[in-house]
Design a protein around this ligand. Structure first.
Ligand code: PGA
Length: 250
């Protein structure tokens, strides 16, 4: 953890959550207020809940984001959602290039970059996800894959902290497996070097999140590591109690 950078704890609800789950946002808000938490907290619910979640969390400590956006502002794209629509619904952030979208929807890094740019133009902070698969890791290619994804996915123009990077080893997502602390610190250090090389002083202020089976029981080992500026959390973000347990590890 770098104390100069305000940490971000981001929950990704994925394709989970209906109206009754909004009670978790209320519980999360109460827990954060009671703790006077010193990090930013974001929940990215499914698109159907973004507006009502933003209304539920209005004026409170919980920020709301989307899980994906289209790269165009509008038009004939059945089923898609633009960055402007997310802003209109109350979102402040949007996840782009999650490995599940790269795999399920064949999203390339070039496409992810256009989505990140669309988010920036709309005034959203894109959380750009990168990470190697298990085969790539076993082949010793993790660093090459991650830097390749950064090169392809990160926009050319970045001002201050208007993007976030999430390092999520694909093999750690939803599996209960996590990399060693050394592996996480080394990869986050490499991502920091890449950002500093590309954006100079601005690169030193960009938050780098770790994601992949982050939970209350391992957060105190992962979140204090150098260049880990918070987490992107799937399963353990669905219950306020679990997410608060991770926040307590900060
Ligand atoms: P997980 O998911 O915490 O359930 O492993 C993380 C993610 O996919 O963002």
């Amino acid at each position: 953890m770098d104390s100069a950078i305000r940490p971000l704890i981001a929950g990704n609800w994925k394709m989970n959550g209906v109206t009754q789950n909004l009670s978790q946002l209320e519980a999360l808000t109460s827990g954060l207020v009671a703790r006077a938490a010193t990090c930013d907290v974001l929940i990215c619910p499914p698109a159907t809940l973004v507006r009502v979640a933003a209304t539920t969390c209005a004026d409170g400590p919980v920020l709301i984001g989307g899980q994906d956006c289209h790269f165009e502002k509008g038009g004939a794209h059945t089923g898609d959602i633009s960055a402007d629509m997310l802003v209109d619904a109350g979102a402040k952030f949007v996840i782009v290039g999650h490995s599940e979208r790269r795999a399920d929807h064949h999203e390339s890094s070039a496409l992810v970059r256009t989505k990140a740019q669309a988010a920036q133009e709309a005034g959203l902070v894109p959380i750009i996800c990168v990470g190697e698969t298990q085969d790539e890791k076993l082949a010793g290619r993790a660093l090459e894959i991650v830097t390749g994804q950064l090169t392809g996915s990160v926009p050319d123009i970045v001002e201050g902290g208007d993007i976030v990077i999430a390092y999520e080893p694909v093999w750690a997502i939803g599996t209960g497996m996590v990399p060693t602390s050394d592996d996480i610190a080394n990869m986050h250090g490499a991502i920091r070097d890449w950002l500093a090389g590309r954006f100079g002083a601005d690169g030193a202020t960009i938050r780098i999140l770790y994601g992949g089976s982050l939970k209350p029981s391992n957060a105190d080992q992962i979140l204090p590591l150098a260049n880990v500026n918070g987490g992107l959390i799937g399963g353990a973000s669905l219950k306020a109690e679990d997410l608060l347990g991770i926040i307590d590890a900060l």
